[in-house]
Design a protein around this ligand. Structure first.
Ligand code: FMN
Length: 370
């Protein structure tokens, strides 16, 4: 007797369960895990779940649009694909598959420095905007060459990650002695001076790689250097405080990403949705857009983030689950579900445009909107 085929994934929990079934435990743990006790990882969700939506009724919702603009680019809806490393562990086509799906969905892909597929190939595969996420390397010339490559390849923005002064201790990876499967390489780093592979050590090979290569002395001056070098807008990712957001903008940031790195760096850092109103309030007069990530899983989560002051959200793990289960088609389905859920949540909240997603939709009101 043949076993019955399981029903297709309907929501993010189904996608994660299906991915977990397919992936080696070491890879699943690397994608799913967080730092230490994973308190921040869990709280990203708890903070979203605690908010209640007070939808408006008796409004004509027959015509509405989730389209928005970010840094001069039109997005089909206010979502970008967050940078996540090592997509070839999920699917043989790696980031090229993710890029095709993101482009077709009309949303930007932020490509990680630690991608398996080279930035040139990813830009060639995508029909939409690709932004390049940068980890500044100790070797500044190598960093400058990477920036040049990304911009020449067609990346229309850079995203400087600032919350990786050192690597968060991810105990799952330590226990699993996490390393890339044989044959995979990080192609943005693979060059004469870098192998693009992790060193052979006990514990997490990625953690050892980062400790060896990433710059631990990043400051506002480096951001200014990058803004001058890049020639494209530079967003700063990994901000959780209003004062840091203001400083980043003073040093030239064109956008701020409120993020605790999906709970993978400083455990017990606050949920990103909790600190978002303060950061958004600090930047309101500057006109600099604010993005937020961490635990965004539903269309209603996007509404909550926008009502708390974000211009768009970024999504990490759900994209990896789609990629692991069905490759490009899986990512396309995950993004289509976000789009559909967001559109319906807009209708049920009485918001005809993203501008009509306002703080009064939420209870309790955020601290900056009494
Ligand atoms: C497997 C994995 C790899 C990641 N790699 C990077 C990275 O290379 N660069 C970076 O800035 N952030 C990285 N992040 C953090 C994400 O960009 C994002 O902040 C986080 O995943 C958002 O939370 P979510 O996964 O709950 O949506 C990674 C996250 C995960 C889960």
């Amino acid at each position: 007797m043949s076993t019955p085929t399981p029903p297709p994934p309907l929501n993010y929990r189904d996608w994660e369960a299906a991915a977990r079934d397919r992936l080696p435990a070491m890879v699943y743990d690397y994608y799913a895990g967080g730092a230490h006790d994973e308190i921040t990882l869990a709280e990203n969700r708890t903070a979203l779940d605690a908010l209640r939506l007070h939808g408006r009724v008796l409004r004509d919702m027959s015509r509405r649009s989730p389209v928005t603009n970010l840094l001069g680019e039109e997005l089909a809806f206010p979502l970008v694909v967050a940078p996540t490393a090592l997509h070839e562990m999920a699917c043989a086509e790696g980031e090229a598959a993710t890029a095709r799906a993101a482009g077709a969905a009309g949303v930007p892909l932020i490509l990680s420095t630690l991608s398996n597929v080279a930035v040139e190939e990813v830009c060639a595969a995508s029909t939409g905007p690709v932004w390049f996420q940068l980890y500044v390397q100790r070797d500044r010339d190598r960093t400058a060459r990477m920036v040049e490559r990304a911009v020449q390849a067609g990346c229309s923005a850079l995203v400087l990650t600032v919350d990786a002064q050192t690597w968060g201790i991810r105990e799952r990876d330590e226990r699993n002695s996490f390393r890339m499967p044989e044959g995979l390489v990080m192609r943005n780093l693979a060059a004469a001076e870098a192998s693009g592979r992790f060193p052979e050590v006990e514990g997490s090979g990625l953690a050892a790689y980062v400790t060896e290569n990433f710059d631990t002395a990043l400051s506002g001056k480096d951001l200014e250097w990058l803004v001058e070098t890049a020639g494209v807008p530079v967003l700063v990712k990994g901000i959780l405080r209003a004062d840091d957001a203001r400083r980043a903008v003073d040093h030239g940031a064109a956008g701020i990403m409120v993020s605790n790195h999906g709970g993978r760096q400083l455990d017990t850092a606050p949920a990103s949705l909790e600190v978002l109103p303060a950061v958004a309030a600090a930047l309101r007069d500057s006109g600099v857009p604010v993005l937020v990530d961490g635990g965004i899983r539903r269309g209603t989560d996007i509404i909550k983030a926008l009502a708390r002051g974000a211009h768009a959200v970024a999504v990490g793990r759900p994209v990896l689950w789609g990629l692991a289960v069905e490759g490009e088609a899986g990512v396309a389905r995950v993004l289509a579900t976000f789009h559909d859920e967001f559109d319906r949540a807009m209708a049920l909240c009485g918001a005809r445009s993203v501008e009509e997603i306002t703080p009064d939709l939420l209870s309790p009101p955020p601290p900056s909107h009494p």
